[in-house]
Design a protein around this ligand. Structure first.
Ligand SMILES: NC(=O)c1ccc[n+]([C@@H]2O[C@H](COP(=O)([O-])OP(=O)(O)OC[C@H]3O[C@@H](n4cnc5c(N)ncnc54)[C@H](OP(=O)(O)O)[C@@H]3O)[C@@H](O)[C@H]2O)c1
Length: 334
């Protein structure tokens, strides 16, 4: 089977612990090279993960002509710069979320990817996970009646102020780290764009990054509300309320690779009547993500998460940050 040769920029935790081992199980992807700013880190990762090539700079990796695609798990503020450098070096790019911290930057990436005829996708692995595909199907088939309200929660506890998530200039904060998921999935499920949004945020006093944020997104057919927090009990849930039933996703964002996940369809918890559990077999969402991106390159088809999706997402995030400061509703500028 033909496989795409991938290069990885940096030895990020998410890459070394989750994404690379998952990509190595993919049918269409080969992890061919890794680069680090530090020689010992590059060498250690290469040995530990059994990767054929290691480079001591990101630029050097991009010069390898055999590499067709690059995965970018760098700190958020570096995503745009390295996506553009990789495109200019002739590589397709799978970039970690958030792809960019501004709408202008997404537009620039769009222009360059079009010019170069190369694929770029934001690594929202949830989009290809069967539980999200099933949830969308159930809702589209009208099994909850008319969808009117989406409610989401995503939190974890992390107070190491040295972590990139606490560096304001690096694109830190809970909204950029995990708030992007309920925004992305609300778009995906409603299949519409919110007309206006409102956000409320609390900030870590020393670093000024948001540690607690709540938002309302006003869509033409309903509303999405969510809370994200980075100094809270670890928890995640997405609930989709229709005129007849409610669908609940119990592990919406970090579905384990080795355990089945469940969707619960209920006519109302109060009486617990007519309650159905839909089991989704275990699958590694990072393997699927790599397979889907590699297949899009091999077959020259659409990527799962398009740059248009990223554009809409980023517009909403920009408006949410604006609203947290203005205290008013803000309109995303698509
Ligand atoms: N999809 C998901 O499930 C998921 C989960 C977690 C994180 N993420 C995303 O993945 C990205 C990385 O997150 P992470 O927590 O894995 O990061 P991390 O462990 O802190 O790694 C970031 C890497 O970037 C490189 N780097 C370059 N300049 C840096 C700088 N100034 N400061 C720190 N590191 C720098 C480093 O690699 P070298 O030193 O080797 O060059 C470092 O290992 C973020 O964009 C995050 O949003 C996604």
């Amino acid at each position: 089977m033909k496989k795409i040769k991938w290069g990885i920029l940096g030895t990020a935790k998410i890459a070394c612990e989750k994404v690379i081992p998952a990509m190595q199980k993919s049918n269409y992807s080969e992890v061919y090279a890794i680069a680090s700013r530090m020689a010992d880190k590059a060498e250690n990762a290469q040995k530990r993960l059994e990767i054929p090539f290691a480079y001591t700079s990101y630029e050097a990796l991009l010069k390898n002509k055999d590499i067709q695609a690059v995965y970018i798990p760098l700190p958020n503020h570096m995503h745009v710069e390295w996506t553009i450098k990789a495109l200019k070096a002739g590589k397709h790019v799978l970039c970690e979320k958030p792809m960019a911290l501004s709408l202008t930057d997404v537009k620039q990436i769009m222009e360059i990817s079009r010019e170069k005829g190369l694929k770029v996708s934001e690594a929202f692995m949830v989009k290809t996970h069967p539980q999200w595909i099933m949830a969308k199907k159930i809702i589209q088939e009208g099994k909850i009646g008319r969808l009117r309200s989406i409610h989401g929660f995503f939190s974890y506890y992390h107070d190491d102020l040295e972590n990139i998530r606490y560096k304001y200039k690096l694109g830190g904060g809970g909204m950029w780290d995990i708030g992007v998921y309920p925004v992305f999935t609300a778009h995906f499920i409603f299949d519409e764009e919110p007309e206006k949004v409102l956000a409320l945020m609390k900030y870590e006093p020393k670093t000024r990054v948001d540690i607690l944020a709540s938002a309302i997104l006003d869509f033409p057919s309903g509303q999405a509300t969510f809370t994200v927090g980075t100094q809270l009990v670890p928890y995640q849930r997405m609930q989709f309320f229709g005129t007849e039933k409610m669908l609940e996703m119990q592990i919406p964002f970090n579905a384990p690779p080795d355990k089945a996940v469940e969707l619960k369809l209920t006519a109302g918890d109060l009486f617990d009547k007519d309650h159905e559990i839909i089991e989704i077999p275990a699958i590694n969402q990072y393997t699927l993500q790599a397979d889907e991106f590699s297949k899009a390159i091999l077959n020259n088809t659409e990527v799962a998460v398009s740059l248009e999706n990223s554009l809409k997402n980023t517009a909403v995030l920009e408006a949410l940050f604006k609203s947290a400061v203005s205290g008013s509703w803000e309109k995303p500028e698509y």
